[in-house]
Design a protein around this ligand. Structure first.
Ligand code: S3P
Length: 426
């Protein structure tokens, strides 16, 4: 039979996880490095295929790479791409890349694989056009996306209805190239990595808790030490939470408030969670986390917390199976527009393992039925679904077979080996 079979550790484990470099920060360091004039040094880039897509994009623009050094002459010197830019599976590459390129006078077209070609890009159009860019999507508002600036961009003030870091960041990368200041506002909960870095560089400032001003200017060539990815570490944290007494410690992981909603969800469900900020990269907090498994119970996740735990919501479905009572996720309709329809895929995952789940318009409900049976899970071509299925195996009564397991390479190529190594540490 095809697929990868995962068998849980059988008893409580206790170990350290070295999380791979943060994907969101890796994309941003690469693009800001390309916008700088000079050499930026980027250590600890995320190892997955998504980050490789952004790395390829900046090389296409003429950025010279030697080891961890990225030499750019700034946007004015970027080479117009001679063909369509392939962003693979990476929505962040396409959306942030489109924002950066929307400030250039030449036309760039960005496209991706079948999954990315189903994802909504219409959300970029309004904000970028307010700055004076021309943005064209397919007739259904999906990739390919073409962008250019027919005249130098001008500043604009924009409010978006979606709490999307990708749209905010795309806008900011374009607005940096405008002739005057700009402002973007949205509902709360978003990861504010781009805003924190621009503030640190003197290129932006908060106007309210959610509204951010962008001042056009030169991005400095600087050094980026990319911390560990909390969205990757979350698979280990949740795995520990499923086994009373199991413990995982992670150091040097991004603790941006828009990333660590899962820690709040874990604490609400009864896990023991400790986190401490120990450091920062250009104003963005980094620290350590320890999660200890305890008996779990259901919880409700909505609005701001759903955004701050957005990429981890499939894991909340897994937690819901193990927790006593009901777990409800709402205000998360955008989950339908991720690498898969993650509402449908999470419900399918739970049901495939013998659990009870129902989709709703903007989330899902899972009924705690105790340890799942094991079974066969389809990854739906989505790394976070495949990896959540592996975590569901932590204390399942039988093995979990994951069809399409290799998609984990989008964010964490050595995921299954690293998880199994963690499970065998005592
Ligand atoms: C990301 C923002 C989130 C997240 C995605 C990465 C980013 O998407 O789901 O995996 O790096 O800005 P949205 O901004 O579309 O909510």
């Amino acid at each position: 039979m095809s697929g990868r079979a995962v068998e849980g550790p059988g008893s409580a484990f206790r170990g350290e996880l070295v999380a791979p470099g943060d994907k969101s920060l890796s994309h941003r360091a690469l693009l800001l490095g390309a916008m700088a004039e000079g050499v930026s040094r980027i250590r600890g880039l995320g190892p997955g295929r998504d980050v490789a897509s952004t790395d390829r994009l900046v090389r296409t623009l003429g950025v010279e790479v030697a080891g961890d050094r990225y030499r750019s002459a700034g946007p004015a010197a970027w080479c117009p791409p001679v063909s369509v830019i392939d962003c693979g599976n990476s929505g962040t590459t396409l959306r942030l890349g489109a924002g950066a390129l929307a400030g250039r006078p030449f036309r760039s077209t960005l496209d991706g694989d079948a999954s990315l070609r189903r994802r909504p890009m219409g959300r970029l159009v309004g904000p970028l056009m307010e700055l004076g860019a021309v943005v064209v999507t397919s007739g259904t508002g999906t990739p390919p996306v073409s962008v250019h600036a027919p005249a130098p961009l001008h500043g604009a003030e924009v409010t978006i209805g979606l709490s999307s870091a990708q749209v905010r960041s795309a806008f900011a990368l374009a607005a940096l190239q405008a002739t005057g200041p700009s402002l973007i506002d949205s509902p709360p909960g978003f990861r504010d990595h781009t805003e924190r870095w621009l503030e640190h560089f003197g290129l932006g400032a908060w106007f309210t808790e959610t509204a951010f001003r962008i001042f056009p200017g030169r991005v400095p060539a600087t050094e980026y030490d990319i911390p560990g990815d909390p969205s990757s570490a979350a698979f280990a944290w949740v795995s520990a939470a499923l086994v009373p007494g199991a413990t995982v410690r992670t150091e040097g992981v991004s603790l941006n408030p828009g990333r660590v909603g899962i820690l709040e969800v874990l604490a609400r469900m009864g896990a023991e969670v400790r986190s401490e900020v120990t450091d920062a990269i250009h104003g963005d907090p980094v620290g350590e986390v320890e999660v200890v498994g305890r008996e779990l119970h259901g919880t409700e996740v909505g609005a701001e917390l759903a955004t701050a735990a957005l990429d981890e919501l499939p894991l909340v479905g897994v937690l819901g199976m193990y927790g006593e009572g009901m777990t409800v996720v709402r205000d998360a309709a955008d989950l339908r527009s991720k690498e898969s329809d993650r509402i449908a895929a999470t419900v399918d995952l739970v049901r495939s393992l013998g659990g009870e789940a129902e989709p709703t318009d903007d989330g899902f409900v899972v009924v705690g039925t105790g340890r799942p049976d094991g079974g066969i899970v389809e990854s739906a071509g989505d790394h976070r679904i495949a990896m959540a299925a592996a975590v569901a195996a932590t204390a399942s009564t039988g093995p979990v077979r994951i069809v399409g397991a290799e998609v984990a390479g989008v964010s964490w190529p050595s995921f299954y080996d690293d998880l199994e190594a963690l499970w065998s540490s005592r």
